[in-house]
Write a protein that binds this ligand. Sequence first.
Ligand code: C2E
Ligand code: CA
Ligand code: CA
Ligand code: CA
Length: 278
Amino acid sequence: AKEKGRNNFQFFTEDMNKLAKETLFLENNLRKAIDNQELALHYQPQVEIVSGQIIGMEALVRWHHPKLGIIPPNKFIPMAEETGLIIPLGKWVIHTACHQNLQWQKAGLSPGKVAVNISPRQFRQSDLVKTVAQALAASGLEAKWLELEITENVLVDDLTPTIAVMEDLNTMGVSLAIDDFGTGYSSLNYLHRFPLSKLKIDQSFVQSIGEPMGKHAIVEAIIALARALDLEVIAEGIENQTHIAFLKRHGCRYGQGFYFSKPLPQKAFEQFLLRAQQ
Ligand code: C2E
Ligand code: CA
Ligand code: CA
Ligand code: CA
């Protein structure tokens, strides 16, 4: 038993070591990735469920590492948050998303709004409002075509400064959506005090639709809550007809998920927009 225990321990430390090395390696590389143009945005359409009309898209970052290939955001966004690299990375994302959206508008593609993910650390950074204003000015995109997705964690911070940032963004004309709604710790008590436009029903709830232990009641409750607070509601992670039927029946207006399209690279998304116009 002792032998076995020791082996397990060795195995464990080797694993830890590997993870630490991997993190350090990625961190060093991510610093260069922005300059070396290794980052790219993919775009996933957001759709009005009943009409099928495209109302916009979510921008999702990808890292094309020259040696490791595509690294998904879950592998480097948390690390970027911890190290602060999320600030330059996030700026790049906002600038690129605004620029791309305007290019599509100019090409007559009716892209709708672009939604950009903002991590809690980015939101708390004092110059987020300035960063957004600069991206809009530099790209020439009108503010009404930009939406920021923040998570509930941001809402549990000190109320007054949080609301102040949101109001600055709103005044500018930028809209705000709460991402992964229902998975965080925000208080329903306060929700009406934030100048929000939209709730995004978390994909874990959506994907449970049709399953025996499905969270149907939660999905219904979020849709009802959005209606009561006069907010738009979008379901994310929609994968099949069962999900669609339930969401339609309960009056969820907007949707996003593999059922409509996976996140697509720029060129492929352009094709998607073109086909939608025909
Ligand atoms: P998220 O904001 O909740 O984005 C939705 C994730 O679900 C995306 O994963 C998307 O590809 C995936 N997804 C969309 N539809 C479906 C579906 O029908 N089924 C399933 N199984 N998955 C679906 P992705 O692109 O890997 O992004 C993961 C997370 O990384 C995002 O979650 C977001 O939190 C973060 N992220 C991505 N891009 C950025 C960024 O530019 N900035 C920041 N701060 N975070 C980002
Ligand atoms: Ca999101
Ligand atoms: Ca989400
Ligand atoms: Ca998520």
